[in-house]
Design a protein around this ligand. Sequence first.
Ligand code: GLU
Length: 304
Amino acid sequence: MDYQGIIEEIAVLVEPEFGKGKVADYIPALAKVPADKFGIAVQTMDGACFQVGDAEEPFSIQSIAKVFALAQAYPVYGEALWKRVGMEPSGNPFNSLVQLEYEKGIPRNPFINAGALVITDMLIEHFPKPKTQMLDFIRELSGSDDVYYDYEVARSEREFGFTNAALVNFMKSHYNIKAPVEQVLDVYFHQCAIAMSCRKLASAFLVLANHGVLPHSGKRMLTQSQAKRINAVMLTCGFYDEAGEFAFCVGLPGKSGVGGGIVAVIPNELAIAVWSPELNEHGNSQIGIKVLERFTTMTGKSIF
Ligand code: GLU
């Protein structure tokens, strides 16, 4: 398959889409990212990488980090993890408070903010240095040290993170948060502020294409069942309240973030990451979705 030719063609095809979305502006550190940034990286299981545009430039991965947090916590807690967070799509915005109230402090899934905050609490309970160990974990997955915290983004998240603070406090009142509220928020805001490139993201997600084993080192990071389940939750919950449409149009498990990144996985074959900061009304990369839709159409590959 000529992946290089395909992504180059897609880059041209999506050009008319620029200018239709809106760069995230809830914090100044994201609002100033140029809207015309654009990169695609395809990383295959056999170690080949194909890329176009700004695929080597680190950007704020935001909610894509929720997948790393789940992948780090799952082997530690096993199935007990699902007692504190559900596995159902929410159909609500990612920071919804309403649903959490109905469901008495048990978030719908690990990829909405409330769910990721509970997973963060679990990481704090287990790992003595959760921020450092999170970075180490992602560096191991991606096979690269070029993964870091963007402290300006982390500070901005803290400064404007009132809804996240409300979510943690609410869950604490339902005894679903154990660590101090400030600590959970601090670790979570740093998670949102992880910066890495499309190329590193695609490499890091290969573990999910390879049933829990790192293709570059052969090390098992997740059981086969855990990898399957993380993929399943990505498919059903990875795109806020647009998860159904993404599955419908693209047909791959994936995760997006408000920094404009999307990563998706074709089991046994590859991971693909796209970065384009303009978001659609659901908070997903406007062009990223178009790229992935074209990619599965042109390659004829999806999980269905
Ligand atoms: N930093 C965002 C928040 O917690 C997460 C954004 C995202 O969904 O990518 O509000």
